[in-house]
Design a protein around this ligand. Structure first.
Ligand code: AHR
Length: 533
């Protein structure tokens, strides 16, 4: 294998010798990049979204209603549409989540006033006395309208847990049958959409090992085949099978082995879903108030995603050496224990801090580095739930620090990966178990035409980090701009009252022919966009 990238050997040796719990960092860092020798395209779909009928996600978050005094486009919150467009949101997954396996799509079509009120799976998590009854005011037509306004591809999660293959196929026909063909196309037209929706991405169930049916992988494989064999092929589909609970202690490799073993001889799915939550629900770690050890712990647990991707990919390769099935990380994010909800009933909404922004940068670097394996990823969830980009309550709306990282990483979307050797040298950091080793920085790089993009995260709470990015293969740096997201307070957050507390600022970058030099602030995510020759 070509050695395109390296980290200065002396730095590795010096860091390797460090011991003890005190945070420490290398003197400097040199990264070598060869933009003339790029790897796979980083699919824009890796920067995808997820919204579910849960707490305040759809109702109030996305859908304020046509008669609302909150600025809206046909009932959809206008600020949400504008900001999703601004970050180039490539796709949106809907309607769940756990909600999907109890959702019957016919409840959400036709005249809004005539739609039934139905049970919502998340009723069980609502505060005592609060009702989560589903009004079905936001159905497939409203969802497709949102996707069109944003310019995002729809990704629908079909009901396998309590639905039938026929219900699934009817939904596909309703969405995709050309006008003037089957009766379901006429029904769609009568409901206001003459032209087919052209939905390509279909999830066949969700978490079928849990809320989607509590199945064994072999049972699910049987159902998967029944659900897809007669799939109405109006639009060539990208079918996503339910995959593992990646954040399980053992990575849930048994699900992958069981599913692909039972699928031997059958057409493999296009995508295999992996859910990976950096899951602090069983711990005392809070979303907005935390110690230095708890700061680092989020990254230590978050970067385990890389091994989960590699392990499941390897396992899938045993059954499918050509890797016809790609990974779809369709739920990811840091999930804290309850306690920081924006209002009662907005269950699973969390305070989002600078810590979550750095976690996002590290996660995107992992996705980019594995662009050959991952077809799509979806943050859980875009608004008012877990790892949100936005929090909204009535007329109040705020972009969280996570939003800014999505914005900063935009240039990677659709560019070609430039390999950055990983892992980087490790440093000692305080952690919940006492001390641990964490890579000193996280990085990824890409190139499009003559533009090189490098993203770097420095998790250190103590030290800024001088970095030299050396270009090889004859590339020369012409001009560069830097943008850094940081704050002196590790717990910094954006609130309805102070929405601009955490936001990216221009950051100095020096260009010297074959090198780009900068200093990464402590506790920061940094973007460098560089024009090269
Ligand atoms: O994102 C919240 C929930 O987490 C989803 O509904 C479910 O799929 C997962 O367990």
């Amino acid at each position: 294998m070509q050695r395109r990238t390296f980290v200065k050997a002396s730095a590795v040796a010096a860091i390797g010798a460090l011991a003890g719990p005190a945070p420490s960092s290398p003197a400097d860092m040199e990264i070598e990049l060869s933009p003339a020798d790029p790897g796979p395209v980083i699919s824009p779909q890796l920067y995808g979204h997820f919204i579910e009928h849960l707490g305040g996600v759809i109702y109030d978050g996305v859908w304020v209603g046509r008669g609302s005094s909150i600025p809206n486009v046909d009932g959809i919150r206008k600020q949400f549409v504008d900001d999703m467009k601004r970050i180039g949101a490539p796709n949106v997954r809907w309607p769940g989540g756990c909600f999907a396996d109890g959702y019957h799509w016919r409840d959400g079509i036709g005249k809004a006033a005539a739609r039934p009120r139905t049970y919502n799976y998340w009723q069980r998590s609502m505060p005592a006395g609060m009702d989560a009854t589903e009004t079905n005011q936001f159905g497939i037509a409203e969802f497709m309208h949102l996707c069109r306004l944003v310019g995002a591809a729809p990704y629908l999660a079909a009901n396998v847990g309590s639905g039938t293959p026929q219900e699934f196929h009817d939904w596909v026909a309703y969405c995709n049958a050309p006008a003037g063909t089957v009766s379901l196309a006429a029904e769609r037209a009568a409901n206001g959409d003459l032209e087919p929706f052209g939905v390509r991405y279909w999830g066949v169930g969700n978490e079928s090992w849990g809320c989607g049916g509590a199945m064994q992988p072999e049972e699910y494989a049987t159902l998967y085949r029944r659900f897809v064999t007669q799939f109405p092929a109006y639009t060539a589909p990208f079918l996503v099978a339910t995959g593992p609970r990646g954040h399980s202690a053992d990575g849930d490799i048994g699900w992958t082995t069981g599913f692909f073993g039972a699928m031997r001889g059958s057409t493999p799915p296009n995508g295999f879903s992996v859910h990976f939550y950096t899951d602090f629900r069983p711990t005392a770690v809070k979303a907005g108030d935390f110690t230095a050890a708890e700061w680092y712990e989020v990254f230590l647990r978050g970067v385990r995603l890389e091994k989960v991707i590699e392990d499941h990919w390897r396992e899938m390769g045993k059954f499918d050496p050509a890797h016809r099935t790609k990974l779809v990380v369709d739920e990811w994010g840091v999930w804290y224990r309850a306690g920081s909800e924006i209002a009662p009933g907005y269950i699973l909404s969390e305070t989002i801090t600078l810590r979550d922004a750095l976690h996002t940068g590290m996660t995107f670097d992992i996705f980019n580095r594995h662009a050959d394996k991952i077809a799509m990823a979806n943050v859980a969830q875009t608004i008012n739930c877990i790892h949100s980009l936005f929090l909204a309550r009535g007329a109040d709306f705020v972009r969280t620090p996570v939003y800014h990282v999505f914005d900063m990483y935009r240039s990677h979307m659709g560019a070609r990966l430039v390999q950055v050797k990983s892992p980087f040298p490790e440093v000692n950091v305080p952690a919940m178990a006492g001390a641990a080793r964490l890579a000193a920085i996280s990085a990824s790089a890409s190139v499009r035409d003559r533009q090189l993009t490098v993203t770097l995260t420095n998790p250190s709470l103590d030290a800024s980090m001088p970095v030299r990015i050396r270009l090889t293969g004859g590339a020369r740096a012409l001009e560069a701009r830097g943008l850094a997201l940081t704050h002196e307070d590790m717990r910094a957050t954006n609130t309805f009252a102070k929405p601009e507390e955490v936001k990216p600022m221009a950051h100095p970058v020096k260009v010297a022919a074959d090198a780009i030099e900068l200093t990464l602030p402590k506790q920061s995510v940094t973007l460098i966009d560089c024009r090269i020759a």
